[in-house]
Ligand binder design. Structure first.
Ligand SMILES: [Zn+2]
Length: 453
C-alpha cells in the first residue's frame, strides 16, 4: 500500500517531525521519524488520525434544507420527523444507494475515515419486505464499496411507534421488524458484508427505548455477545418524560440499571441526563454519541459536557441527519453549545489544556471504540485511518504545533483537509475524493427522479 511521508504527525505518543509510515493490508506496519522522504513516498504536510463518524442516517442528506421553513404554530423535532417520514416513503433502493455514496464522499472529504450507518429503512413503502430482506443494507454496502469509506453497519430493531409499545404509525412501517425478523435481516446482512474489505464491521441498533420493549431489548442484547450496540437514548425532553411515565426511570438511568452497558455500547444523543446519570454513564465505559450540528438543527438541547469530561467519559461525533457534513464544525459546535449555555470559555477539557486537542483526540478515540475499529491514533498495528491537513493554509499558518488542533477546530474549515486514508485506502487526494464527480452525477440523477412531480 506504500509509504506516507509527513512533515509532522501526531503519533500516539505525541508530535513527531519527518515521519514515514509504512502501510500494508490496511494497517500501519512501521513508523520511522527523523528521516527524509524517499522517491515513491506520498508526501503530505501534517498527518492526524482520522476520526470515525459514529452516527449517520445517510438518506436524510437528500432532505437537507427542505425543513427550514417555519410552519404556523411551533415547529419541533416531532414535526420535523413527520416531514422526514414523508420524504423517506418515496425513496427507491437505487436512490438510497446514490444518496449514501454522495454523503460518504462528503464525509471522507471532511476528514472522516469511517461511518456508523444506523440503518433503519429496511422495507418497501408500506412495510412489505424486499424479496432479499437485506436489500437496503446491501445498497449501503455498495455505497461504502464505491467510496472506500470504512463501514460499521448498524441494522436497527424498530418495533413500536412510541413509549409503551404503541403500534407503528403508517410512516414507520418501512422500519418495522420484530426480534425474529430482525435476526433474519441481521444474518443476511452479515453474510453480504463479507464482500466488503476486512475492516467493515456489523453491530446492532435497537432504535431507542420508545421503539422497543424491555423484554425484546434484553433478548436482543443477550443474543449478540459481541460487536457494537448503538441506541438513541435521550434526545428530547418529551421522550425522557414518556419513558419515565412508562418505565419509572429516565432513559439513561433505566438503561444502566437494566442492561449490561459497557464499552461495546454507544448512547446516541445522551443529551438529557441528570448529573448522576452523567457520572454513571461515564463510569460504564460506553461512548456518548454526540451529533452537535443535528442536535442544534433539531433543537434538542446541550449535552452535560463538563461533568462528563471531568468523570472521564468517552465520546465521539456523528453527523446524524447529515444536514451539514463538517468534522470541524461538529467539534466547534460541541464546545460552543457548552460556552453559550454556561457563559464561559474553554469548557470541554478536564483540568487544563488545549480544548481543540482534547476534542479532536477524544472524538478519534471514541469514534473508533464505538465503531469497533482498531483506529483512533497513529501507532504500529492500528488501521491506517489517516487524515492530512495543510498547516500552511491561511487559517493555520500562524500557529505553533501545540496550537494546531485548536486552529483546526476553531479557526479552520474542512477545506484544510488534503488527503484521507480509510484502512489504507487513499480516497481523498488534493482535497477531493477520487470518484467525487461520478458519484455526484449519479446522485443528481437520482434526486431529479425522486423529486419529479
Ligand atoms: Zn439518529
Amino acid at each position: 500500500m506504500g509509504v506516507i511521508y509527513a512533515k509532522q504527525a501526531l503519533l500516539a505518543e505525541g508530535w513527531a517531525a519527518n515521519v514515514r509510515l509504512d502501510l500494508r493490508d490496511g494497517r500501519i506496519v512501521s513508523i520511522d521519524h527523523g528521516t527524509g522522504p524517499e522517491a515513491n513516498d506520498t508526501r503530505v504536510d501534517t498527518l492526524l488520525p482520522a476520526p470515525g463518524n459514529l452516527h449517520s442516517h445517510a438518506f436524510q442528506r437528500a432532505m437537507a434544507g427542505m425543513t427550514e421553513v417555519r410552519q404556523a404554530g411551533r415547529d419541533s423535532f416531532w414535526s420535523w420527523r413527520e416531514l422526514m417520514y414523508r420524504f423517506m416513503d418515496r425513496l427507491t433502493p437505487e436512490q438510497i444507494e446514490a444518496i449514501a455514496a454522495q454523503v460518504y464522499v462528503e464525509m471522507l472529504e471532511a476528514g472522516y475515515a469511517s461511518v456508523g450507518e444506523f440503518h433503519y429503512v429496511h422495507h418497501q413503502p408500506g412495510g412489505v419486505p424486499h424479496d432479499n430482506i437485506a436489500e437496503l443494507s446491501e445498497r449501503i454496502f455498495a455505497a461504502a464499496a464505491r467510496t472506500g469509506i470504512g463501514l460499521t453497519h448498524l441494522p436497527v430493531l424498530y418495533s413500536y411507534g412510541g413509549a409503551g409499545q404503541v403500534e407503528l404509525s403508517a410512516g414507520q412501517r418501512r422500519f418495522g421488524t420484530g426480534v425474529d425478523e430482525f435476526e433474519r435481516l441481521f444474518d443476511a446482512a452479515s453474510a453480504a458484508l463479507r464482500h466488503l474489505p476486512g475492516d467493515a464491521r456489523i453491530g446492532i441498533a435497537p432504535h431507542s427505548l420508545r421503539a422497543t420493549s424491555p423484554a425484546e431489548l434484553s433478548r436482543l442484547v443477550a443474543r449478540h455477545g459481541q460487536g457494537p450496540i448503538h441506541i438513541h437514548i435521550a434526545e428530547q425532553p418529551r421522550e425522557v418524560r414518556e419513558v419515565e411515565d412508562w418505565l419509572g426511570a429516565r432513559p439513561v438511568e433505566w438503561l444502566l440499571g437494566n442492561l449490561p452497558v459497557d464499552d461495546r455500547w454507544c448512547l446516541i444523543h445522551a443529551t438529557h441526563m441528570t448529573v448522576t446519570e452523567t457520572r454513571d454513564m461515564a463510569a460504564s465505559g460506553a461512548v456518548a454519541g454526540l451529533c452537535p450540528i443535528t442536535e442544534a438543527n433539531l433543537g434538542d438541547g446541550a449535552f452535560n459536557g463538563p461533568d462528563y469530561a471531568e468523570a472521564g467519559g468517552s465520546f465521539g461525533i456523528g453527523s446524524d441527519s447529515n444536514v451539514n457534513i463538517s468534522l470541524t464544525e461538529e467539534l466547534r459546535l460541541l464546545e460552543y453549545s457548552q460556552r453559550l449555555r454556561d457563559g464561559s470559555r474553554n469548557v470541554l477539557v478536564p483540568g487544563a489544556g488545549s480544548v481543540g486537542r482534547f476534542l479532536y483526540m477524544s472524538a478519534a478515540r471514541g469514534g473508533a471504540q464505538a465503531l469497533a475499529r482498531e483506529a483512533g491514533s497513529i501507532a504500529t498495528g492500528k488501521l491506517a485511518d489517516l487524515v492530512a491537513i495543510d498547516s500552511q493554509s491561511a487559517a493555520l499558518c500562524a500557529l505553533s504545533r501545540d496550537s494546531l488542533l485548536d486552529g483546526l477546530v476553531f479557526a479552520a474549515t474542512d477545506r484544510v483537509v488534503t488527503d484521507v486514508w480509510s484502512a489504507g485506502r487513499h480516497m481523498v487526494r488534493g482535497g477531493h475524493h477520487i470518484a467525487r464527480d461520478a458519484v455526484f452525477a449519479a446522485y443528481r440523477t437520482a434526486i431529479k427522479r425522486l423529486l419529479a412531480p
